[in-house]
Design a protein around this ligand. Structure first.
Ligand code: AMP
Ligand code: ZN
Length: 113
């Protein structure tokens, strides 16, 4: 499959790694929208987007959220942060490999949508 985030997970495309374990990879977004902007992905292409979360893959999603909390602590986002997952065309999703944006490090925009 020609998937950018599968290639990043496989190390075929370089990324600035923030966290890695057997199932999850977190790396800096190449076009940061906040002082801290990190993407958290499952290494395996378990879903294109949040629209494809099922009982079969939701344990990995739960694990991703544990890692998000850990990364937020490590990045010093004690005053708050936002987790965003764009799903589909209306949300302007550009990479069809489920991923979660961690945004923080300063006061974020009030407007979400
Ligand atoms: P989305 O628009 O929600 O699908 O998010 C995709 C994100 O991937 C965007 O915020 C991009 O800036 C980011 N991105 C695209 N290519 C790379 C890359 N090679 N390394 C890191 N982040 C990337
Ligand atoms: Zn993929």
């Amino acid at each position: 499959m020609d998937c950018l985030f599968c290639k990043i997970a496989a190390g075929e495309i370089p990324s600035t790694k923030v966290y890695e374990d057997e199932t999850v990879l977190a790396f800096k977004d190449i076009n940061p929208m906040a002082p801290v902007h990190i993407l958290v992905i499952p290494k395996e292409h378990i879903a294109d987007s949040a629209a494809d979360i099922t009982p079969e893959n939701s344990a990995t999603v739960a694990h991703i959220f544990e890692i998000i909390a850990k990364i937020a602590r490590e990045q010093g986002l004690d005053n708050g942060f936002r987790v965003v997952t764009n799903s589909g065309e209306d949300a302007l999703q550009t990479v069809s490999h489920i991923h979660f944006h961690i945004l923080g490090g300063g006061r974020l925009q009030e407007k979400l949508g």
